[in-house]
Design a protein around this ligand. Structure first.
Ligand SMILES: C[S@@+](CC[C@H](N)C(=O)[O-])C[C@H]1O[C@@H](n2cnc3c(N)ncnc32)[C@H](O)[C@@H]1O
Length: 330
């Protein structure tokens, strides 16, 4: 199956539309080589081998092109689009932004098959025109919009889900901006990772017989959830029924990776299962020695400098649950 049967201006054996003046293979090869360390070789070479021509990013007055950030138009095959949206758990409550939306297929699918709303941003006005026409034909123009914008100057704050199929260098440049989105925002990427410091929460590899680029006919899907910032010193009091006392937990954070140390009235406690999933903070406290036996489990939603949720106190054979709140000093 041709991924893009109506393409008349293709410079690509497998079909994708070239949306820009063709540029030398040397330029694209250089761009891909410069990031080869950060991507699977098969993927990096795939686009180069496919000869897909990049959309140029020229400074308006000087005609300067940033060669590392020219992402060519290569459409994501339909079955991969669906898997990406499933992986991100897209549903009716979601607002999806596809960054570099091509012919709009990811936004259109999110709206028609997953009940979401959203918009695509795309630098090529011809692809925007095509996307808007498709939305109109489907009768979903009110829920699927397309904006001619440069992704480096766009606002993504409205999104609950972001989708991307962009070159590794662009992903790396975008990493800080994406990590600063509202906690809980999911980001799903086709083939390419963020900066190595922000590892995906989930990775999935799938066979894609109609993939327009690459030799091995596989795609890698990656998912991240923006974590709430939780680094700092958290404090709260244990209920009197649990013996009372002040708990302090010092948390260090690198994206979703947390480490911490806990004390009860200044005495060390074991801190287990400390994790952040979007806004959801969880951990358990256990006695450091074996003299006493308990396991207190905490599960709450982080809002600003506070967390609120439930605590389950497991002591001897009984378990009780109570409301729980804590504050952080950063
Ligand atoms: C690999 S295609 C992905 C298209 C679509 N998201 C999909 O997965 O089918 C990348 C798209 O990003 C667009 N693009 C490249 N640089 C851009 C920029 N600076 N701002 C906005 N879009 C850009 C390209 O025109 C191209 O359509």
């Amino acid at each position: 199956m041709k991924p893009y049967p109506d393409s008349s201006r293709t410079a690509h054996a497998a079909g994708p539309l070239c949306t820009c003046p063709a540029r030398s293979g040397r330029v694209l090869a250089a761009a891909l080589l410069s990031v080869a360390l950060a991507v699977p070789l098969s993927s990096a070479t795939a686009w180069a081998q496919a000869g897909a021509a990049p959309v140029t990013r020229a400074a308006p007055d000087a005609g300067i092109v940033d060669e590392d950030t020219d992402t060519p138009y290569v459409p994501t095959p339909a079955d991969v689009v669906e898997r990406m949206l499933h992986l991100a758990g897209v549903g009716k409550a979601d607002y999806l932004i596809d960054i570099g939306s091509g012919d709009g297929r990811i936004v259109l699918t999110a709206v028609t098959k997953f009940g979401a709303r959203g918009h695509g941003i795309e630098i090529d006005p011809r692809l925007i025109e095509r996307s808007r026409l498709a939305a109109k034909k489907l009768g979903i123009s009110d829920r699927a919009q397309f904006l001619t914008q440069d992704l480096f100057e766009s606002d993504f704050s409205k999104a609950t889900v972001i989708s991307v199929y962009l070159l590794p260098k662009v992903m790396q440049l975008l990493t800080p901006k994406l990590a600063a989105l509202r906690p809980g925002t999911r980001i799903v990427s086709h083939d390419y990772a963020m900066l190595p410091e922000w590892q995906p929460d989930m990775t999935l590899r799938m066979f894609v017989p109609d993939k327009p680029v690459g030799r091995d006919r596989h795609s890698t899907l990656l998912l991240w959830t923006v974590p709430a910032p939780v680094a700092g010193r958290w404090t709260f009091d244990l209920p009197a029924a649990q013996g009372g006392g002040r708990v302090e937990i010092a948390v260090s954070q690198s994206y979703q990776m947390l480490t911490g140390k806990a004390t009860l009235n200044g005495q060390p406690l074991d801190l287990a299962g400390l994790r952040i999933d979007g806004e959801r903070l969880r951990f358990a406290l256990e006695p450091s020695g074996r003299a006493e036996r308990f396991r207190h489990e905490f599960d709450g939603v982080v809002k600003g400098d506070g967390v609120a949720g439930t605590a389950t106190f497991n002591a001897r054979s009984a378990a009780t649950t109570a409301k729980w709140e804590a504050r952080v000093a950063r």
